[in-house]
Write a protein that binds this ligand. Structure first.
Ligand SMILES: [Zn+2]
Length: 300
């Protein structure tokens, strides 16, 4: 045990500062039509999540972006309690999730215009949600070519980003959907560095990532886990060889408390990337990938 701790201390020096840009504390996949308050016990989630968050705090993590959108279990109050208890900065978001064929969209999202949706999200930024600030935009779209409803969410996110300065992180089905977004962002006049291609690992053709990075977008490889480690290591290497590490974000899309599912309280936590994946990369890249880039993408 002592030897292991010593080894960890050598691999991840305690002064190191890390930001995890895509994780989840809890997710409820029941669907927008069925989601209601009271489907989980917030005290239970708090009790189970806190040790996982404390663990990464001791490993150098300073901030975690909780990417659970509204209608999927976003709970800013719970996040705030956990942030205080774990001494960790935890950010929440505004936006809506259209992926998985729109089952997480409330009815109003189908009826309203991009301007109307943006007005709702800008109001959340201005007024906060449950007394907490929202710090980024998180939306979700399906595979490309983008469906009109997906395009509406992207258009609303662009309007919101322009009005608030918040960065838009977009759960994206594949490279085609990413290129459709890039085109929309460029046509809108929004700076491409306000847009994050989330789940970039869904596209295996790395020339697409290269193209997005060269155009100034953020390429987020966030499926890091034991099974996917080698692919992610190679993808980061590909970007490094082309001088594009300054456009890359890394995270795990991990967690989380599964509301209403069997084994709901058994979640994986967030330490894998810190303990096992980062040591596979060039030590020189770490500050850029895990601290400078997240701050450049989402704000300091
Ligand atoms: Zn996610």
């Amino acid at each position: 045990m002592l030897r292991r701790q010593l080894l960890m201390a050598l691999l991840v020096p305690p002064r190191e500062k890390i930001i995890l840009v895509h994780e989840h504390v809890l997710v409820d996949f029941v669907g927008a039509d069925a989601i209601v308050p009271g489907r989980y016990d917030a005290d239970e989630v708090f009790r189970l999540a806190l040790p996982k968050l404390r663990e990464i705090r001791t490993l150098g993590c300073r901030r975690l972006l909780d990417c659970t959108p509204n209608y999927l279990g976003r709970d800013p109050k719970l996040l705030k309690r956990l942030a205080r208890a774990a001494d960790l900065d935890i950010w929440t978001n505004t936006g809506l999730y259209g992926a998985r064929e729109f089952i997480y969209l409330p009815a109003y999202a189908k009826a309203e215009t991009p301007e109307q949706l943006a007005r709702r999200w800008i109001a959340e930024w201005r007024d906060g949600v449950d007394g907490e600030r929202v710090r980024f935009i998180k939306i979700g779209v399906n595979r490309g070519p983008l469906h009109p409803l997906d395009r509406k969410l992207v258009a609303a996110a662009i309007l919101t980003s322009k009005a608030t300065g918040l960065t838009m992180a977009v759960h994206t089905g594949d490279g085609r959907a990413a290129l459709d977004q890039l085109e929309m962002v460029q046509a809108s006049g929004l700076a491409t560095n306000k847009w994050v291609w989330v789940h970039a690992q869904n596209e295996k053709d790395l020339t697409v990532h290269e193209r997005v990075a060269r155009a100034g977008g953020w390429v987020e490889f966030d499926g890091i886990n034991r099974a996917g480690a080698e692919w992610h290591r190679q993808a980061v290497g590909y970007m490094a060889d082309r001088g594009l590490l300054r456009r890359v974000l890394l995270s795990q899309d991990s967690g989380w408390y599964h509301v209403g599912e069997p084994g709901r309280g058994k979640f994986d936590g967030y330490a894998y990337i810190l303990k096992e994946f980062l040591p596979l990369l060039d030590r020189e890249w770490r500050d850029q990938l895990m601290w400078l880039n997240p701050r450049a993408a989402f704000g300091a």
